[in-house]
Every structure is written in C-alpha cells, then in structure tokens.
Write a protein that binds this ligand. Structure first.
Ligand code: SAM
Length: 216
C-alpha cells in the first residue's frame, strides 16, 4: 500500500513537472507575439461569465492586461479570491491564472491612472457617438500605449470615458439587434487591434535590422 502511494506520488510529480515544462516552452514561443502596452478596460461588467470570457480573449489574442472598473465594489478586493471563483475559472478556461488584472473604483480613477502613464484611450460602442467615430477595420491602432474601453452590458460606455478618449470604435451591425454581447465584441475588436500591432512591430524590427546591416 505504502509503495503504491509512493509510486502514485512520483507519477503525479513527473506529470506536473512535464506540464510545467511544456507551459514554459509555450510561453517562450509566444512571447514575441504578445502586444506590449495594450490594455483592455471593462467598465462595471455585471456578468462574471463575460469577465471570464474577456480574460480568455485577452490571453488568446495577446493583449497585455485587463483593468476592471468596479464602482459598486461587487468584486472581491483580494485577487486570489477572485481567481478562484468557479465561474471565472470555467469561462476563462483557467487563463485567469496567466492574466494580469487590476481593479479600479471608478472610471475617473482609471482614466487618471492611464493618462499619468501616457496611454491613449479609445472606447467602443455599437452607436455613433460624438465626432470621433471609426469603423473598426478603418482605424489605426498602433499607438505606443493603447487602452481599449468596453462598456457595461446594459447601458454601454460612459460619457466620461467617451469624452476622454481619442476615438469611438464601431463594429458594423447588420441585424435587427443593435449590439453584440460584451465578451463577443472584445474578441472581434482585439483581433483587429492585435493583428495591426503585431504587423507594426514586425515591420519596426525589420527596419531596425536593415539599419544595423546598412551600418556595417
Ligand atoms: C451589450 S453592449 C452595450 C449595449 C448598450 N445598450 C449600448 O447602448 O451600448 C456592451 C459593450 O460591448 C461593446 N459593443 C457591443 N456591440 C458593439 C459594436 N457593434 N461595436 C463596438 N462595440 C460594441 C461596447 O463596448 C458596449 O459598451
């Protein structure tokens, strides 16, 4: 019995260490394709399943961080506690473990923090809002530091976030319904933005290499 237990333990330890090394390999492989200085901001999301799915999209598409505005203080302050929530773990398919998330008490706090760090903010909305509307695939998202805001499920993006942003991005809609689900819209928007930023970074590196070759 004791021998069996020791054997089982050894098998499990070996499995864990194999799993760790394959995760490390994967992390090394994707490192250069991650988009530095690309932050996703969610304004007061209500549905934990949406939050988990957004975290999955952020991780899968290579954005850097999630900023969560929680003005009603409905999410736990302790991130470890949040990370353990079944609904978050399941909908994020555990990618919550590898995603940086920071919580803010208000839109103003988050904007002030981003502005201090010289981030450009852009908001997203299914509606045409103000002077700076851009259809998703017509925009340029290669700013050095970019924060992309998504609004609340029920009422959408706040006027404050809109006023302090450089553009309002629309995914064109062709149905009877007027908007997409919050998490779905993050997938579509981040696909375009991360694609542009990766291409931009690739060109930048290539130019740098050419410059150093020409110097020789
Ligand atoms: C369910 S929608 C909010 C709907 C809300 N009734 C409104 O008027 O905005 C939640 C969020 O998903 C994003 N979203 C949904 N559809 C979108 C679209 N067609 N274009 C851009 N963003 C969209 C926006 O960030 C929006 O605030």
């Amino acid at each position: 019995m004791e021998n069996n237990q020791t054997e089982n333990l050894t098998v499990t330890e070996t499995q864990v260490s194999k799993e760790k090394s394959s995760l490390r390999k994967r992390a090394d492989k994707i490192k250069e394709f991650r988009c530095k200085n690309l932050i996703v901001v969610l304004e007061d999301p209500k549905d934990p399943n949406n939050v988990g799915t957004v975290i999955r999209n952020i991780n899968a598409l290579g954005a850097e961080k999630l900023y969560l505005i929680d003005s009603t203080n409905s999410l736990p302050n302790n991130w470890d506690e949040f990370k353990e929530r079944k609904s978050i773990v399941a909908s994020s398919v555990s990618s919550v473990k590898w995603t940086f998330v920071k919580k803010f008490r208000s839109t103003e706090d988050c904007l002030a923090y981003l502005e201090k760090k010289n981030f450009t903010s852009i908001v997203t909305s299914p509606h045409v809002k103000g002077r700076s509307n851009v259809i998703l695939h017509e925009g340029d998202y290669t700013q050095k530091k970019l924060a992309v805001w998504f609004g609340k499920e029920s009422i959408g993006i706040s006027d404050l976030a809109l006023e302090r942003s450089e553009a309002c991005i629309n995914i064109e809609m062709f149905g009877i319904v007027e908007s997409l689900n919050l998490a779905t819209s993050t997938g579509i928007v981040l696909y375009e933005i991360t694609k542009q930023r990766r291409e931009f970074e690739k060109r930048r590196k290539l130019k740098k290499q050419l410059k150093s070759i020409n110097k020789v």
